[in-house]
Design a binder for this molecule. Structure first.
Ligand SMILES: C[S@@+](CC[C@H](N)C(=O)[O-])C[C@H]1O[C@@H](n2cnc3c(N)ncnc32)[C@H](O)[C@@H]1O
Length: 199
């Protein structure tokens, strides 16, 4: 069973930053790795579901033309909107993936500390929709905590075999930190002449 909505709603009604993301050294270090792992300097369009309090959102915004950040919890979406109010390239919406999925395709999708809340069937559906929503040449970045938590179906390490073999995507980076596992996958350009330079 997926972690229920009520679980997340309760966390945000108890605290404005349920995972104490703001100021944690682990979190800062993981964000720095995530940003450093993005193959391109700039992405025209990006999607970040599960944005929580919007710390990664604000950092990603510097590398993106437009960034859509979403969270299933209204309070989280509001916190992200408040944090990024000065960033006109960021849009924030309340959406519960995979059932609520935004229109369009993206050059970058970031799934950070989100996938262990899904059961196996939903995880497959999230990854299928993610691969479909990436533009050819686009990148998916995933990053997850390695240590067991009671509310998590998997850890970063046990997600790794699934994430390194997402149908339709090619694994580019497999980074194993003691605390987190980070992958970058790219959607290959279709068969045909030419490719696109990075940068
Ligand atoms: C651990 S926080 C992730 C924080 C952030 N991505 C980061 O790396 O700092 C997980 C967030 O995902 C949100 N979430 C959980 N299930 C979701 C879903 N199905 N769709 C969208 N957001 C979801 C939760 O409300 C919570 O804010």
């Amino acid at each position: 069973m997926n972690t229920p909505s009520a679980y997340f709603e309760q966390l945000y009604s108890d605290s404005a930053d349920p995972w104490s993301l703001d100021g944690q050294w682990y979190v800062q270090r993981k964000y720095d790795h995530t940003l450093a792992a993005l193959p391109r300097r700039h992405y025209r369009t990006a999607f970040e579901p599960g944005c929580s309090v919007g710390l990664l959102t604000a950092a990603l915004a510097e590398r993106c033309g437009t960034l859509l950040a979403t969270d299933r919890v209204a309070a989280a979406a509001e916190l992200t909107a408040a944090r990024t109010r000065h960033l006109p390239n960021v849009r924030v919406r309340q959406l519960a993936i995979p059932d609520e999925w935004p229109e369009g395709r993206f050059e970058l999708i970031v799934l950070s500390e989100l996938l262990y809340y899904f059961d196996d069937r939903t995880l497959r559906e999230v990854l299928r929709r993610t691969a479909e929503a990436l533009e050819p040449g686009g990148a998916l970045v995933t990053v997850h905590w390695n240590h067991p938590a009671p509310e998590h179906h998997r850890t970063g390490r046990t997600l790794a075999p699934v994430l390194s073999a997402i149908p339709g995507l090619t694994l580019q980076t497999d980074c194993r930190d003691p605390d987190f596992t980070l992958h970058v996958l790219e959607r290959p350009y279709g068969a045909g002449p030419g490719g696109r330079p990075r940068g």
